[in-house]
Design a protein around this ligand. Structure first.
Ligand code: DC
Length: 228
């Protein structure tokens, strides 16, 4: 039996950082589900397909393979699109701008959920995204919703981008977060919402270390309860 920790929440709540750290510390396989949607968006850009050309985006789905490798002893992952390392490229400004809309296409969601479930099969995993607690793994052992104030999230993403050499102004980041939030909450399937049985954590005034500790405690308690 595998053990599943599911974490949802909007962009900039620290989901990626927290899951990376916890996966390393607790030996859980980290599956960044947003990365799978980013791969489809990147492939669309590479093929000069526009957002309006939905059928063309859908037709890409049979021609791509996506794999996520956890880097041994580190909190980072390598994302492979058709075997090519695209870890950095999928975080580009261009991909970030269109990914939410690409992920709203029902056929893309159905295929990516299949990819995500396959990546998790038989493993003890920690997965983060928008619909993990509600749609991908509604029976997950641990369900957490991370949230934070919009301005704080934009600030975090802006600083993170600067560190990664992604050139976006604070206003641009904030605007992008607003548009993505709106789009993520209004998807036909897999929209971002708080699962009834998820633990809600507001991270606005918490450090990464504090959030990590809270999440660790929840996982450890759940493991104790289920005797794992
Ligand atoms: O977490 P992220 O910013 O890398 O996610 C990229 C986009 O993918 C985001 O705008 C919403 C979408 N997404 C989704 O719809 N469902 C998920 N489980 C994860 C991400």
């Amino acid at each position: 039996m595998s053990f599943v920790v599911a974490i949802d929440g909007p962009a900039g709540t620290g989901k990626g950082t927290i899951t990376g750290l916890i996966s390393k510390e607790m030996g859980l396989v980290n599956i960044d589900t947003g990365a799978t949607y980013r791969c489809v968006a990147l492939q669309a850009i590479r093929n000069n397909i526009k957002l309006e050309e939905k059928q063309k985006i859908i037709s890409l789905l049979d021609k791509i393979t996506i794999d996520i490798k956890n880097n041994k002893g580190k909190e980072t992952q390598t994302i492979l699109l058709n075997g090519e390392d695209v870890t950095k490229e999928i975080r580009s400004k261009e991909v970030t701008k269109i990914v939410s809309q690409v992920s709203s296409i029902v056929e893309v969601r159905l295929k990516m959920v299949e990819v995500q479930r396959n990546l998790a099969k038989g493993k003890d995993v920690i997965m983060e995204g928008r619909d993990i607690t509600t749609y991908v793994f509604p029976n997950a052992d641990v369900k957490i919703y991370l949230d934070a104030d919009e301005n704080e999230r934009a600030k975090r993403r802006y600083l993170e981008n600067q560190e990664k050499g992604i050139n976006m102004s604070f206003e641009e980041v904030l605007e992008n977060i607003r548009i993505r939030d709106e789009n993520d909450k209004n998807k036909e399937i897999g929209s971002l919402k708080i699962a009834e049985d998820a633990v809600y954590i507001d991270t606005t005034n918490l450090t990464i270390e504090q959030v990590k500790q809270k999440v660790r405690n929840i996982i450890e308690n759940s493991k104790l309860k289920s005797n794992i």
